[in-house]
Write a protein that binds this ligand. Structure first.
Ligand code: BGC
Length: 988
């Protein structure tokens, strides 16, 4: 009966064309196809074409007290539309109970998919119902190394707890399990619930009734952590007793009991190739070119608008536009999508947006997040941004920016992950995983776009849009790894870049886009140009006019034209004149249409633009809490003499000074959106006031403006400091001083801010300076004289609260700089992984005929990897598992980390290596691994890093990836310039 009602309800729902199909209904979710199912609409034994039995009593290492039988014992049968798997009290081969374990092995074996089981669980202690995925072939040596996905495990003595977990060589359910704790499963025994997983190359996510409660991401570290890129089958089990299920004893009174299964459905991603091909057949050349054309919504330009005054809605309904950017809000995306539905073929628009560090809730700028060295947190930040943006109808973010940057004069350092390719690659992967969630078609995910391909971060002189001139070895070794990591994590799209690379604009660069990206790397997504970059090949002097620009760009592999209009104006005639093969246009169109199909837009073009979801998921307190936590993790403690920080919450009077102390908008950073008063941005002042309540008197004076040259306000600030027990100064950059087109030749603290610091410090009162900005800044006087300094970047919506958490010790800072801070601009570029010269100098004082400057030391002010904590960490007892290795060996480095201070805290322990003699030269240090660990006061932990061939390989002059035998130095420490432990080994 229940089943009939459900089916009727589902039919009604499906009749309403635009309604999304809820879990539990047979409707196939957009972008998926049903590949296997059992609806149990028959009576008798389970369908033998679909199910088999595991028979026997050996147990699974859990000592179940039962014997698994075939169906003749009626332990598994189908009746009234349901499958019952029952445990019965009867003795068999020395076991007290019998049950059936159904498997699809050999009858249903899948690689990736979405598996849904609607079931009611058996009640009772000592019961152990489970739904698992197991490898069909034990390719990596059997359980657990070959993997297991526990879609659902429910243990009788833990009612209302449903477990989802994975088992691998590295992880097991004890350390990698999260329970639903009755949050989603209130009544697993009395009601049916849908237990499901989505499993892809990138991630495995667990759901109950469509609610996602757990996701494991592919670490990229291979089968030891990810044995899941193989065929798996499904197993339905109920056990009795056992080490886990029966730990608390078996309650005979409640047997027999059954797990009742309503259906099992397996979906796999639709094969969209055929659909794309048949649509392409119907398209005119003009319509094809329309798909390659992307327009900006003129209300919110993020670049120079190329052509104003035309009616874009009309262009859309004429089928001349494939994508729009900067259309804000569900209402507006829906409005334009309606125009697209008026076009002849009704091909939906793609909406792209720069969701760089949050959408509705602003997160710390990407460079700040990089300082957390915390991949789970970074991923989570991107997830929140994606969830919010997707509800507004955005399908695609132009992020992550994965450009390595060694020159903080370049304003876009704020948007990346800093200077290191290893850290940059991990962060690129985490961000792609966060944005894309469960992949195309998920309503809480957006497509990622790895940008700017390539080498944009190496603009000469740090001047935005400038030329890049570098060896191909540096390109491959330093600038490309984060792009490759983004691609491996499944990034759906790439964006090319404004710069030329060794004389060829990236947009017209076939080596980058065709040879590397689409060739060697087999990238199957599409490449969007940067804003107007196709047309900008004209002022570059690379092409004569927009027609030639279009020809060069499409041939070089640029698929979509953002705002330059070169494609829409010229591609049709270029094809007709025979200058561009239509197959080139077709290839680009196919790549774009594939994404539209994958997103489910042909099933329902409006499925993302949802004002109700927008209201429900945006700016929630939970998301703000995630932002606050991320902000805390991003703060870097640069100095803390005499343990001035953390401050007590009982200080009587605090002076809160500086041009950024009451700033709100500045907290948001460059790539943020203006939502008006609802922004609820928390200034440092508000954050501190919220923390302290009425016991503390707060004195406020601005002192000066951000770029002021007037000293008029300084006296007031000094007077406030003189009356206070402690002074906190908030200084730094304006929100629009770091970002696109915001290169600065002078990156000292702007205006007279450092004079203000000096004057306040002269009061003799304890001073804490918080420096805010989007890039490394120079503040030498402050660094030399002020006892406590926090670098707080631009921390987003919850900035003030996070700063207060750190200042008053509710959060112990653990951030480490992802980029070197120079002493003067004249040192730039300054970075830690440089090559040694023939006259290196032992240290900064060794300068006689050494590389360096006669008027300044060459080391940075604050080095890559640097950052303090309120507690003290000590490194000791380095051990190497071997001192000689061959390329097929691996070497394990272990050491002890001890928290010797009085606060619990986190440390990012870093592993660097140096190849002592190599041809070509190797850097003096390269980050190869790190581990962020939390230790209680007095706690010690043994940590380890594994070094294998891959960590020792590099590109030779022929750009081959090789290893060279010889001696290596390994260094473990708290920063690139705070190496605590050394070792050496030889690669044979
Ligand atoms: C930037 C891109 C951005 C695009 C769209 C360009 O100016 O370089 O990073 O995604 O504008 O806003």
């Amino acid at each position: 009966m229940t089943k009939l009602i459900t089916i009727a309800f589902c039919l009604v729902l499906q009749a309403a064309a635009a309604a999304p199909v809820p879990h539990g209904c047979k409707g196939v979710p957009p972008g998926w196809k049903l590949v296997w199912s059992d609806e149990f609409n028959y009576t008798g034994l389970p369908d033998a074409t679909k199910w088999d039995y595991d028979v026997g009593g050996d147990g699974w290492g859990n000592n179940e007290s039962e014997y698994y039988t075939r169906a003749d014992k009626k332990n598994a049968w189908v009746k009234d539309g349901f499958l019952y798997i029952t445990a019965r009290k009867e003795v068999k081969e020395g076991r007290q109970y019998t049950s059936a374990r159904l498997v699809t092995k050999g009858k249903g074996d899948w690689l990736y998919g979405r598996i849904e089981v609607r079931a009611k669980l058996p009640e009772g202690r000592g019961m152990w119902p489970a739904i698992w995925l197991l490898p069909t072939e034990d390719k990596y040596g059997g359980w657990p190394a070959s993997g297991e996905v526990d879609i659902m495990e429910n243990v009788g003595f833990m009612p209302d707890s449903v477990f989802g977990s994975i088992h691998t060589q590295k992880f097991n359910h004890i350390i990698h399990t999260q329970t639903t704790k009755g949050l989603y499963v209130k009544d697993p025994y009395t009601n049916f619930h849908v237990y499901s997983v989505e499993w892809s190359r990138q991630a495995i996510s667990f759901f109950v009734d469509g609610q996602q409660y757990l996701t494991f991401y592919n670490s990229g570290k291979g089968f030891e952590e990810w044995p899941f890129d193989e065929r798996f089958h499904l197993l339905l089990n109920i056990a009795v007793g056992g080490g886990w299920g029966g730990k608390k004893g078996i309650d005979d009174a409640i047997f027999p009991r059954s797990m009742v299964v309503d259906y099992v459905r397996v979906y796999q991603r639709e094969d969209v190739e055929g659909k794309v091909d048949s649509l392409l057949q119907k398209m005119t050349l003009e319509e094809k070119v329309g798909q390659l054309n992307q327009y900006n919504d003129d209300l919110n330009p993020t670049g120079p608008v190329t052509y104003a005054g035309d009616n874009k809605a009309k262009e859309v309904s004429a089928g001349r536009v494939g994508s729009m950017l900067n259309v804000i809000g569900a209402k507006n995306t829906r409005r334009l999508q309606e125009e697209a539905m008026k076009s002849r073929l009704k091909i939906p628009l793609l909406f792209g947006q720069d969701v760089i560090h949050g959408y509705r809730v602003t997160f710390p700028i990407p460079l700040a997040e990089a300082a957390s060295w915390d991949m789970a947190a970074i991923r989570q930040s991107a997830r929140v941004a994606a969830t919010e943006a997707a509800a507004s109808g955005i399908h695609w973010t132009f992020a992550p920016m994965v450009d390595i940057a060694r020159d903080p004069r370049w304003g876009r350092v704020m948007e990346g992950a800093g200077e290191d390719p290893y850290l940059g690659a991990l962060i690129a992967r985490a961000r792609v995983q966060g944005f894309q969630g469960n992949g195309p078609g998920s309503l809480d995910a957006v497509m990622a776009c790895a940008k700017h391909f390539a080498a944009y971060g190496a603009a000469i002189g740090g001047r935005d849009y400038n030329s890049v001139d570098m060896s191909l070895r540096t390109l491959w070794e330093i600038y490309l790894p984060p792009f490759k990591a983004a691609l491996d994590a499944g990034a759906a799209t790439f964006m090319n870049s404004f710069n030329d690379l060794n004389g060829v604009p990236a947009t017209g660069n076939g080596y980058l886009q065709r040879d590397i990206l689409k060739g060697k790397w087999h990238f199957s997504g599409f490449v969007v140009s940067d804003w107007g970059s196709i047309g900008e090949m004209i002022p570059h002097g690379y092409v004569a006019d927009s027609k030639q620009a279009a020809e060069v760009a499409i041939k070089a592999g640029s698929d979509m034209d953002m705002e330059s209009r070169c494609y829409i104006s010229n591609l049709v005639s270029l094809v007709k004149e025979g200058k561009v093969a239509e197959s080139l246009v077709d290839e680009a169109v196919k790549r774009i249409l594939t994404k539209k199909f994958e997103l489910g837009l042909f099933d329902d073009p409006f499925r993302y633009s949802d004002e109700k979801r927008e209201a429900a998921v945006q700016n929630t307190s939970a998301s703000r809490a995630v932002s606050r936590q991320m902000a805390c993790k991003s703060v870097v403690l640069l100095k803390n003499e005499g343990h001035l920080l953390p401050l007590s919450k009982n200080i009587k009077t605090i002076a809160l000074l500086g041009p950024l102390m009451k700033a709100k908008k500045e907290m948001q950073g460059f790539w943020s959106f203006d939502w008006g008063p609802e922004d609820q941005l928390i200034s440092p002042y508000e954050g501190i006031a919220d923390k302290l309540g009425n016991n503390t008197r707060l004195l406020y004076a601005k002192g000066c403006g951000i770029e002021d040259t007037s000293r008029a306000g300084v006296a007031e600030a000094v007077a406030a400091a003189a009356q206070a027990d402690v002074t906190i100064l908030a200084v730094g950059e304006r929100q629009d001083m770091s970002g696109e087109a915001k290169s600065r030749a002078n990156i000292h603290l702007p205006g007279i801010q450092e004079e203000l610091v000096k004057a306040v410090q002269a009061t003799g009162k304890p001073v804490i300076v918080m420096v805010m900005g989007g890039r490394p800044l120079i503040f030498n006087w402050t660094a030399d004289h002020v006892p406590a300094i926090l670098f707080t970047w631009w921390l987003g919506s919850e900035a003030g609260h996070a700063m207060a958490d750190v200042l008053f010790g509710d959060y112990n800072p653990a951030g480490k700089l992802p980029i070197s801070f120079p002493r003067e601009e004249g040192q730039l570029p300054v970075y830690y992984n440089y090559l040694s010269t023939g006259r290196p100098g032992k240290d900064d004082s060794d300068r006689f005929y050494r590389t360096g400057y006669i008027d300044l030391v060459k080391s940075p002010r604050f080095a890559f990897g640097y950052g303090l904590s309120y507690t003290d960490f000590v490194y000791s007892d380095l051990q190497l598992s071997r001192t000689e290795m061959t390329p097929s060996d691996s070497l394990v480095v272990t050491f002890t980390l001890t928290n010797k201070g009085s606060y619990a805290g986190e440390e990012v322990a870093q592993l660097y290596i140096r190849d002592l003699v190599a041809q070509p030269l190797r850097p003096v240090k390269e980050l190869k691994d790190f581990s962020k660990v939390r230790l209680e006061p007095g706690e010690s932990r043994r940590l380890s890093f594994t070094i294998d061939k891959n960590k020792l390989s590099f590109y030779n002059e022929e750009l081959e990836w090789i290893v060279q035998s010889g001696q290596f130095e390994l260094m473990v420490g708290a920063a690139s310039n705070a190496i605590r432990l050394h070792g050496t080994f030889v690669l044979k």
